[in-house]
Write a new protein. Structure first.
Length: 323
């Protein structure tokens, strides 16, 4: 394990976005690519969704357990296997094997491209927990922050299920064992075969609790929502917020943060002014969001996104308000 600890203070970053649809851009190379989807396209017609791309096959592994024997080279894979669900372009002779009809966020996929290109895929954002398979390999990726890259050793250093890390990455159409985790960077948009020793919910050293897959939801009878942020890593961290526009430039859900001063409790409408505590390893803090209903201007509902970043993680959280 990499014992080097950067002499820096890391930051958790929240960003308010303008809707729950986002576009993920994935750089594909000619041949096979292992990708991790962070958005969920609403289309059930993959023939139409992928018609203008250079993709002619997508496959994902669906089975109760996966052992290393299933991690074959994609060019040598038996695609007739029931464990593999795949979409195959209608132009190919083997298109009759298609049994994959939609793409889901939070899953790893093998994607075959006929040429190099950037795949832009738009879909709904969900706040999902990782679906690790206990005592087996999982094809999985991570919503990491590319501006603060972490090695596999640093990323998994606090995960009990991954202390004896066994992970494969796809290089030149071949699965390659990661033999130097303290020198190999965890990359955004990439999927890896990773073994979990027992059950795990690990998704990085930034832990966020109190959120369902639908994200932060304000009900008509409740304009307050609390989440918990915890640092389980070795490096001290704080977090901050900033506002950004979404893909349609629509108004975001207006929220303030309730903070306790020496004299009284107050609301910070400008969340960029929120000064969080520095969290040491194992420390956590509560963040209280308050919906500012008077800023919604009579709309019955509104949706947007929160982006949270910290210790190498950058995640999107849906936020919605029903009035």
């Amino acid at each position: 394990m990499n014992r080097f600890i950067p002499a820096i203070l890391l930051s958790f970053v929240f960003v308010v976005n303008a809707n729950t649809l986002q576009t993920q851009t994935i750089s594909l190379n000619q041949g096979w690519n292992a990708v991790y989807l962070m958005v969920e396209p609403q289309s059930d017609d993959l023939n139409t969704l992928l018609s203008d791309t250079k993709i002619d096959m997508i496959a994902s592994y669906f089975a109760p357990l996966s052992s290393v024997e299933f991690i074959d080279e994609p060019n040598e894979q038996n695609w007739k296997s029931a464990q593999w669900h795949k979409w195959i372009a209608p132009s190919r002779e083997d298109s009759f094997l298609t049994n994959l009809y939609r793409l889901n966020s939070g899953r790893g996929y093998l994607v075959h491209a006929t040429d190099d290109f950037n795949w832009q895929i738009t879909g709904e954002v969900k706040f999902l927990k990782p679906n690790w398979q206990a005592n087996a390999f999982t094809l999985i990726g991570f919503e990491v922050d590319e501006t603060l890259p972490l090695t596999f050793a640093d990323f998994f250093e606090s995960s009990a299920a991954h202390q004896q890390l066994v992970a494969y990455r796809l290089i030149d159409n071949k699965w390659t064992l990661i033999t130097e985790p303290n020198q190999t960077i965890v990359e955004r948009n990439q999927a890896y075969w990773i073994y979990s020793q027992g059950n795990s919910e690990f998704y990085g050293n930034l832990q966020i609790s109190g959120i369902s897959s639908d994200g932060v939801v304000f009900q008509p009878s409740n304009n307050r929502y609390e989440i918990m942020v915890k640092n389980i890593g070795r490096i001290p961290s704080d977090f901050l917020f900033q506002n950004v526009l979404g893909t349609d430039n629509s108004a975001s859900v207006p929220v303030a943060i309730e903070v306790d001063s020496v004299a009284e409790s107050e609301l910070l409408s400008d969340i960029t002014n929120y000064a969080s505590p520095v969290l040491l390893q194992g420390e956590k803090t509560k963040v209280s969001f308050v919906l500012q209903k008077n800023q919604i201007n009579g709309q019955p509902s509104r949706k947007s996104l929160l982006q949270i970043s910290g210790f190498g993680i950058k995640r999107l959280i849906p936020i919605s308000a029903q009035l």
